[in-house]
Design a protein around this ligand. Structure first.
Ligand code: FES
Length: 111
């Protein structure tokens, strides 16, 4: 079996309301993770692409956050409505979505 081409890690960390850093899944419903799983399946990509839950990716202020490996593409402010174009544009076509991209100089800058 061929190796996976992409692993999409979706932060589903939930913190209490009012936490100074916020959290990517404030409702705790894992809706974003589920949307990725459904879209991967719907597009027939399940043999090549994994959509996995992740704990805090330490980019909370920029969330909801996902990271795609091995390409190391970080996206922030991701909404359920972004999922189809992330799969279409980034996973299938290999294009980075500039409006969602967390640039390298913004990663790990919360301190
Ligand atoms: S809570 Fe999602 S990156 Fe920290």
């Amino acid at each position: 079996m061929a190796a996976f081409t992409h692993h999409i890690f979706i932060c589903i960390n939930q913190r209490e309301r009012g936490h100074r850093r916020g959290s990517c899944d404030s409702e705790g419903d894992e809706e974003l993770r589920d949307a990725f799983k459904k879209e991967v399946k719907r597009r027939g990509l399940a043999a090549q692409v994994r959509a996995n839950s992740a704990g805090c990716l330490d980019q909370c202020e920029l969330g909801p956050t996902i990271v795609i490996y091995p390409q190391a593409i970080w996206y922030g402010g991701v909404k359920v409505t972004d999922v189809p174009r992330i799969i279409e544009e980034t996973i299938i076509a290999g294009r980075v979505l500039d409006d969602l991209l967390i640039p390298d100089d913004k990663l790990n800058c919360h301190k």
